[in-house]
Every structure is written in C-alpha cells, then in structure tokens.
Design a protein around this ligand. Structure first.
Ligand code: GYE
Length: 331
C-alpha cells in the first residue's frame, strides 16, 4: 500500500471506530447505568426542609445507583414548573417533587406524562382530582397531624380544669396554599368552630420561617397580650413566636404561661419542648428518601408499588419528653 493510501485507511479506521463507540447501546456505558432523577425541592425555609433534602440526597446517591439532578425552587411555584420542564427536556428517568402549593400542576404534570416520565410526589400533596398524573406519593398526613394537636389541647385544658373557660388562641399559619398549611389549619379552625369558648384572636401567615413568625407575633403583641395558646404550623414559627413573646416578658409554659403548639419535632424544636417552652410538638417525619428509593427500585423491577406511603409520626409533650428521646433520633 502506498504511504498516502495507508494514511487515508488509518483515518477511515479511526473515524469508523469513533462512530462505533458512539453507537454503543446506552446501557453499556457505565455512567448510563445510573437511574437519572430530577428532584425539585421547595426551598430551604426550615430545619425540617434541610433534613428532608439530606435524606433525599443520601438515598438517591451515586453509590445507590442514581444520578440526582437537584433543584431548589426557593419557595416559588413558577421556579418549580421551570425545573420540572427542564427535567423533561433532559429526559430524566424519574421526576420527584414536593409541590409548594396544592394547585397549578396539571399542565406540567401532563407534559411529564406525555413524555413517559414517572412522577413521584413527596412531602406535600397536590389537590385531589389529578391522581392519574403521578405515579406515587411519599409524605405526611397533615390533617391528622393537626387533629393530634387539637385532641391534645382539648385533653390538656380539661385536665387543667379549664374546659369551659374562655381560651384565646393565636394561629400562625405556614405557606398559604401548601397542603401542610391547609391540613394543619383546617384542624384548628374546625376545633375553634366546635368549641364555642375557644376564641381565635389573631390569624397570620408566618411562611414556615422563624423570621416571619417573629415579625407577625411582634405585631400581634402590640394589639393584645391576653393569649392562652399559640398554634404554630412548624418549629421555625414556634421559635420566632417564642422569641417575640419572651421579649415582651411573656412566659411560654404549659402550666403557668402561654401554651405553644408546634409541628415538625426537629432537634431544635424538641430542645425547646424539653425546656418546656413548646408544650406539644407533633412530629412530621422528613426522612422520606429511603421510601422514594424503594418505590423507584420497585418500578425498575416492574413490581407493584404502594401508591401512597404516609410517614409514621409521633408527638412530644413537654411534661414527658426526655433528653434520651431527643438523642435517639436521626434528625
Ligand atoms: O412542616 C415545614 C416546612 O411541607 C411538611 O414545610 C413540610 C413543611 C414543614 O418548611 O417546616
């Protein structure tokens, strides 16, 4: 073969082998063995949220067979829609998302469905009627969390001999329109309607943050300090409300002060419970990652899945909580 011909043949061989490499089936390239998951998270508004993000990242890790694309929506539904649309364009294998609010997801979920991507809703839910647009749900039953708090309050007031007394309640709500807010709010609102001696003196949104709750509680205290109960929809809000009340010289305590009720039972929230400042803390379990992993692995194997997984959740009373209970927890 002439030298020129040899060079041309070599070039063709290199080009052909280059093409062949490209055409290898996806599964033969090691990085493509990973299951690609796009996770659209609400934000980083609370300690609960941080624990939830860590749980998802740990369960959907590379060692566990995943490539995780994480997006923080900064508490804005429009960011979440944009993130989900990007996941669809990236042709991810699964979309996991915690809906900031209950409504407004039908068209984007329809797009995911048309693209053949399984969607797993976590933490909060979307309004009823769109169950055909997602594959599974892993999260909490917020209405039942609220009912636990209300039942505890009724029992505690009865034990204190205050069952018939006029009880003034301040209600600090979470992000309006989120299922966590809707479920927890509906329980206390109904209880106030039923107990004619319970009086809602103020109802404000604390947006699930310590800073916002502090601000709204400060303003409420300018109006009235005759408060028996403060029902906060998460630990951040409880801490903010307690900061504001203590600054005004109010004492937060179940027996001789303001009764503070909270949700989440994060470590800091439980320390406040042990200190007696949060009278009741209803747990909301953020460790959802392992269940999401389980659902995905079952779907990959073509197995039947549990369509709705509700987390197991306890409640903590300031009169019975111990340091050992706090130390034995994973978050
Ligand atoms: O209670 C709150 C958070 O959706 C359960 O969101 C979650 C709530 C949680 O920011 O702390």
């Amino acid at each position: 073969m002439k030298k020129g011909m040899l060079i041309i043949s070599l070039c063709i061989a290199v080009l052909v082998s280059g093409c062949m490499k490209e055409e290898l089936p996806a599964a033969e390239s090691p990085e493509n063995d990973l299951i690609v998951v796009g996770f659209s998270q609400v934000g980083a508004e609370s300690e609960w949220r941080v624990a939830n993000t860590e749980s998802m990242k740990a369960a959907l890790s590379e060692e566990n067979g995943y490539e995780l694309i994480y997006d923080d929506a900064r508490n804005k539904p429009e960011n979440q829609i944009r993130a989900i649309r990007t996941f669809i364009q990236q042709e991810v294998d699964y979309i996991v998302f915690s809906p900031i609010v209950e409504t407004g997801w039908d068209s984007i979920l329809q797009e995911a469905k048309e693209a053949g991507i399984n969607v797993i809703v976590t933490d909060r839910y979307i309004e009823p009627g769109y169950e055909n647009l997602f594959t599974a749900f892993v999260g909490s039953d917020f209405r039942s969390e609220g009912e636990k708090a209300v039942a505890w309050l009724e029992k505690t007031l009865a034990e204190q001999g205050r069952a018939g007394e006029n009880i003034t309640i301040v209600h600090i709500q979470g992000t309006m329109g989120s299922s966590a807010q809707i479920g927890r709010s509906s329980a206390i609102e109904e209880a106030i309607a039923e107990n004619t001696n319970w009086d809602m003196v103020s109802q404000e949104c604390g947006d699930f943050t310590r800073a916002k709750a502090y601000e709204v509680m400060k303003a409420i205290l300018q109006e009235t300090q005759d408060i028996d109960v403060v029902y906060c929809e998460n630990d951040g809000e409880a801490l903010g409300a307690i900061d504001a009340m203590e600054e005004e010289g109010l004492v937060c305590n179940v027996n001789d002060g303001v009764i503070v009720i909270s949700f989440d039972a994060t470590r800091l929230g439980l320390e406040y419970c042990l200190a007696g400042k949060i009278a009741l803390n209803v747990e909301c379990n953020p460790l959802q990652g392992p269940y999401v992993d389980e659902v995905i692995k079952q779907l990959e194997q073509g197995e039947t899945i549990e369509r709705e997984k509700y987390m197991e959740e306890a409640e903590f009373d300031s009169l019975t909580i111990t340091q050992e209970m706090i130390d034995s927890r994973d978050y």
